[in-house]
Design a binder for this molecule. Structure first.
Ligand code: INI
Length: 180
C-alpha cells in the first residue's frame, strides 16, 4: 500500500487504482420514527437535552408529531423502558436521555453503570439502534455545560447519532441487496 510522508497508509490510492466502497449514513430524518426515553431525575437538565434532541430531529426532517417521548423515574430505569419500546418494532431508533451527576451520592457508579450497560444491550438484542444520550458528570456545573451551554448539548448529539445509525444500517442493507 502506498504510504504518505508520515508513514501512514494513503487510503485513497492503491497502485491498481482501486478504492474501497464507502457505506455511510446520511443525516436525513424524513419519514423516520423515533422513540425518546428520558428520565425525570435531574429534569432541569434532561428537559434541555430533550428539547435540543427534538429540535435537531425536526431540523433534519423528522415529523415531531410522530415522535413518542417516554418519561421514566431515573437513568437506572431507562434500559427497561427502551427495551420495551424497541420490542414494539414501532421505532426506527430509540434515543435514551438522562443525567447522572456524581455530586455526593455513592449511587452514581451503580446508576451510571447500569444505565450504560443496559442501554448497550438493547441494540444488540433487538437490532434497533439505541442511542446513549445519558450525561455522566462529576458536578451539576459540568452537566449544565453539556446540556446547551459551553460544551454543546448531548441531546442534539444523540439525535444526530440516531439519524446517522438508522441511515447507515439501511445503507448497509441496501448496499448488499444491490450488490447481490
Ligand atoms: N438517577 C438519575 O437519573 N441521575 C442521578 O444522578 C441519580 N442519582 O444520583 O442518584 C439517579 N438515581 C435514581 C435512579 O436512577 C433510580 O431512579 C432509583 O434508584 C430507583 O430505581
Amino acid at each position: 500500500m502506498p504510504r504518505q510522508n508520515d508513514g501512514t497508509p494513503d487510503k485513497g490510492s492503491f497502485s491498481d487504482g482501486k478504492r474501497p466502497r464507502t457505506v455511510e449514513g446520511r443525516f436525513i430524518a424524513t419519514g423516520l420514527k423515533f422513540g425518546i426515553v428520558v428520565s425525570r431525575f435531574n429534569d432541569f437538565i434532561t428537559e434541555r437535552l430533550l428539547s435540543a434532541c427534538l429540535d435537531t430531529l425536526r431540523r433534519h426532517g423528522a415529523d415531531i408529531g410522530e415522535v413518542d417521548v417516554m418519561w421514566c423515574p431515573g437513568a437506572f430505569e431507562i434500559p427497561l423502558v427502551a427495551k420495551h419500546a424497541a420490542e414494539t418494532e414501532a421505532y426506527d431508533a430509540i434515543i435514551c436521555l438522562g443525567a447522572v451527576i456524581r455530586g455526593s451520592t455513592p449511587h452514581f457508579d451503580h446508576v451510571a453503570g447500569q444505565a450504560a450497560s443496559g442501554i448497550a444491550r438493547i441494540p444488540l438484542d433487538t437490532g434497533v439502534p439505541t442511542i446513549f444520550g445519558v450525561l455522566t458528570c462529576d458536578s451539576i456545573e459540568q452537566a449544565i455545560e453539556r446540556a446547551g451551554t459551553k460544551a454543546g448539548n448531548k441531546g442534539a448529539d444523540a439525535a444526530l447519532a440516531a439519524i446517522e445509525m438508522v441511515n447507515l444500517i439501511s445503507s448497509i442493507k441496501t448496499h448488499h441487496v444491490v450488490a447481490k
